[in-house]
Design a protein around this ligand. Structure first.
Ligand code: PLP
Length: 385
């Protein structure tokens, strides 16, 4: 069993639980995304909700990425982290007026509009400020991402985006709206997508839609294909960087790109998941009738994915090389779903051992809560520890 390399001695001096970020891996991943997307002159945004740690955001901003935000708070966070406003896009089905105003005040690159009433409100709010807001339509392509149903977003039954049948209504309305400027379309079909055929179907659906729109005289200056590329939760050491080469190459191969058309992506998980681990300490080893529990000091308030999606994370005892035994690794929170893994093979666990829950850099810290009046987890970085 190969384990990640961790500075365990230094960890002993820190209060657990905390997030630990491997900055070398983050930078290497950013470099691969840049070089693979540059091949085709694709633009990449970071989907901020995957990780809003200020230092992580700052490093990604320094890498030249744009930001995909889904709330006003995220817009503020990325402005604070140094992302240029003209590289910020704003998606979300329920944008509040103050959030739209924040975007307009800062002249963000684009609002990805998800309904007709939202389009009208953005126009109204921009009018009140004497500004013109750039908008794209988030289209629901009805493509199955073949991922967990709770993170599927591109089916007609999902709340996200505008169904293709509704698009004419929005285009008919546009000429009456003088304070919005339409530039393109946006898709996002889901997350943790490992079946590449989902992206292929998205490309095919895009080509069809583009032809339909062009027949009506609508040209698309930019197209945003969203995010969703999955990571290998089972092999964080061997497959630390997702296959961005194939990912971008298939879009390049399949989409009918028009001259001057800008192509955007918004990757979240695939950029940050593997560089983060949640480090926790064993409080107790409890022998049940049929099971042995490793009770750790991290709970779903620190990392909710297992409780919320039944998600798998690789778990390692980074304090021990003893023979392995099988444990249920559980947190202290008063809910039965506070389980990080069942029947996990770990090097024999004793009190105070350090446990690493891997691939936790995406949708980990950013989803942490204070349920049970718990403290929010801290974060440490490999280059500052
Ligand atoms: C969540 C989200 C993303 C990123 O998804 P990942 O699976 O983390 O790559 C991209 N775009 C939008 C609109 C999103 O909501």
């Amino acid at each position: 069993m190969i384990k990640g390399q961790f500075p365990t001695d230094k960890f002993r001096t820190l209060q657990t639980p905390f997030y630990y970020y491997d900055i070398d891996l983050l930078c290497e991943t950013l470099g691969v995304v840049q070089s693979e997307s540059d091949k085709y002159d694709f633009h990449c945004h970071f989907a901020v909700k995957a990780n809003t740690n200020p230092r992580i955001l700052q490093i990604i901003a320094e890498g030249g990425f744009g930001a995909d935000c889904v709330s006003g708070g995220e817009i503020q966070a990325v402005l604070d982290a140094g992302f240029p406003a003209d590289k910020i896009v704003f998606a979300g089905v329920g944008k509040a007026d103050w959030e739209i105003n924040l975007g307009i005040d800062n002249d963000i690159a684009c609002f990805n509009v998800e309904s007709l009433p939202e389009l009208q409100i953005i126009n109204e709010l921009a009018y009140a400020k004497g500004k013109i807001a750039t908008v794209a339509f988030r289209v629901n392509p009805n493509v199955d991402a073949h991922t967990h149903h709770k993170i599927t977003t591109g089916l007609s039954e999902n709340k996200f985006g505008i169904n293709i049948s509704m698009l004419p209504t929005l285009f008919d309305e546009l000429p009456r709206l003088n304070n919005v400027r339409f530039t393109g379309i946006h898709f996002h079909i889901g997350s943790q997508i490992t079946d590449m055929s989902a992206f292929q179907n998205l490309c095919i659906r895009f080509n069809e839609l583009q032809e339909q729109l062009e027949a009506d005289g609508i040209t698309l200056q930019h197209v945003n294909f969203g995010g969703g590329l999955g990571v290998d939760y089972h092999h964080p050491n061997h497959i630390a960087i997702p296959d961005f080469e194939s990912y971008f190459a298939q879009f390049h191969k399949l989409i009918e790109r028009r001259p001057e058309q800008q192509i955007h992506f918004e990757l979240g998980r695939s950029i940050v998941a593997q560089c983060g681990s949640l480090i926790s300490k064993v409080l107790y080893v409890k022998e049940g009738d049929v099971k042995k529990f490793a009770i750790i000091d991290a709970g779903f308030s620190d990392l909710i994915r297992p409780a919320m999606y039944g998600a798998y994370h690789r778990i390692e005892n980074i304090s021990s090389d003893d023979e392995t035994e099988v444990y249920d690794v559980v947190g202290p929170i008063c809910e039965s779903t506070d389980i990080f893994g069942e029947n996990v093979e770990l090097n024999k666990v004793k009190r105070n051992d350090l446990i690493a829950i891997r691939s936790a850099g995406g949708y980990g810290e950013s989803m942490a809560s204070q349920y049970n009046c718990r403290r929010l987890p801290k974060s440490y970085f490999s280059d500052m520890i």
